[in-house]
Ligand binder design. Structure first.
Ligand code: SF4
Length: 455
């Protein structure tokens, strides 16, 4: 199934697309359904039950506040920073209700729902405490949300809009491109312009690139301490100051570029951890990888590319979107489902493919870059310390970005032929994720979350 560029890259406030953006959207959908059925004005109280990973790590990931914002009818994309939560809470922006996130959101830490590890149950009550409506939603990764009915019908093939090139595997994607004489970016453009106008797509591509670059610039210049019990200092401004000083004194060494890539990834990952505005790429926990590689291309790579910095950035994002679509269709981008392979692993794969494309690589070289990048993230667990998207997440974004550049360079040094296909690696990633013990899938019950001394 094809995932649109507009669904791959969502803009919102951190720190987690599955634990903040998804629950916020689920809350907004519940409110909309109350409104559609003329129930909104009867609601006096509301209860939200969290299950699985949301129950275990939701507090550290900012889930309660995000649910409150969704209930208030706020839009994630237009929020610059987290606003205060009033009491009484204006449900849908108009109906005052008695709702306090710490009291009325209940984390069911010993329960999981069968359909997905990130489940939410919303219950709306009237002034007498009688049930008006209840609905279950699932936050399936990257900010996407499905109702229980949608989860049950997801295996039923949906008809595609006419003219859209559907691809279910990388093999099909490459074959369509060969037949139609498309690059992967051109195929994404073809598909997107069957869903909306070309100017609308171009505006969105520019907006996504700008939001990524703004997150880098804000993160590199914002000192202070990240929220949460770890009291982690923000490191990006210090790395930036040191790099600028070395530049002024002509102190560069052969690996200075790696320092810059690390800085850009840190800047975005720290913005995300602080609840700042970032782009899901494919998730918020992994939001630093693609912007860091994009800035690398704009600053360094484009000098050796057949494309300008602006055109190359567009090619990179359109290509990364198609690669993400493959992971969403055949595996998962949810850390709660497949561990960090699905977040930083997929981000690394998208960024490597995007960079290879922006550098003028063939479709085979692009596949090779995506495949190398994921192959060396296989088995990556999700074990955030104290349930915060900080350790190991922030450093992992930097390592993922550098790995993506390396994967693209390896692929571009070859002729595109490779032993392991991207389809095989995606299947392996999904299988490995399903075999990972639940404790290593965004529950903070094992790994670093258990053994690091902080908690
Ligand atoms: S370890 Fe990876 S998947 Fe888990 S919260 Fe951190 S970035 Fe997300």
């Amino acid at each position: 199934m094809y995932t649109s560029f507009f669904d791959v890259f969502s803009i919102g406030i951190g720190p987690s697309s599955s634990h903040t953006m998804g629950p916020m959207r689920a809350a907004a959908r519940f409110v909309q359904s109350l409104r559609n059925r003329s129930l909104l004005s009867h609601v006096a109280q509301l209860r939200v039950h969290l299950y699985g990973s949301l129950a275990l790590t939701g507090e550290g990931h900012g889930t309660p506040s995000a649910i409150a914002y969704g209930l208030m009818g706020l839009d994630a994309e237009s929020m610059e920073s987290p606003p205060p939560i009033p009491h009484p809470l204006p449900l849908g922006g108009i109906q005052p209700i008695d709702f306090c996130p710490t009291e009325h959101i209940i984390a069911e830490k010993n329960q999981s729902l069968a359909e997905h590890p990130n489940g939410l149950l919303f219950r709306a009550l009237d002034a007498n405490g009688s049930l008006l409506d209840e609905q279950v939603f699932f936050s399936i990764g990257g900010g996407a949300v499905k109702s229980r009915d949608e989860m049950m019908s997801q295996d039923v093939p949906q008809a595609s809009p006419p003219g859209l090139w559907e691809f279910h595997s990388c093999r099909e994607l490459i074959d369509i491109c060969a037949r139609e004489h498309f690059s992967i970016a051109q195929l994404t453009r073809h598909n997107e312009t069957h869903l909306r106008s070309a100017p609308e797509l171009d505006a969105r591509v520019r907006l996504v690139a700008k939001a990524m670059n703004c997150a880098i610039d804000r993160g590199a210049s914002t000192p202070g301490t990240l929220p949460g019990v770890l009291h982690m200092p923000r490191r990006a401004p210090q790395i930036y100051a040191r790099l600028e000083e070395r530049f002024r004194h002509n102190e560069t060494d052969a690996l200075t570029i790696i320092d810059w890539i690390n800085l850009w990834a840190f800047a975005v990952a720290e913005e995300n951890a602080a609840g700042g505005r970032v782009v899901t790429a494919p998730t918020m926990g992994s939001a630093g990888v693609l912007p860091a590689v994009l800035r690398y291309f704009e600053r360094y790579g484009c000098k050796d590319s057949p494309f300008s910095a602006e055109k190359g950035a567009e090619i990179m994002l359109l290509t990364a979107s198609a690669i993400c679509s493959l992971y969403r269709a055949n595996a998962s981008i949810s850390g709660a489902e497949v561990g960090c392979q699905g977040e930083v692993g997929v981000a690394c794969s998208m960024a490597a493919a995007g960079l290879a494309a922006a550098m003028g690589g063939s479709n085979q070289q692009i596949e090779n870059a995506a495949e190398i990048a994921m192959e060396h993230n296989l088995g990556l667990t999700c074990d955030p310390v104290c349930g915060l998207v900080q350790v190991p997440c922030i450093e992992r974004n930097a390592i993922g970005a550098v790995k993506a550049v390396n994967a693209a360079r390896l692929a571009l040094r070859g002729d595109g032929s490779h032993f392991v296909s991207l389809d095989s690696v995606i299947a392996t990633m999904y299988e490995t994720g399903r075999h990972l013990h639940r404790n290593y899938r965004e529950t903070s019950l094992a790994g670093l979350a258990k053994n690091a001394p902080a908690c």
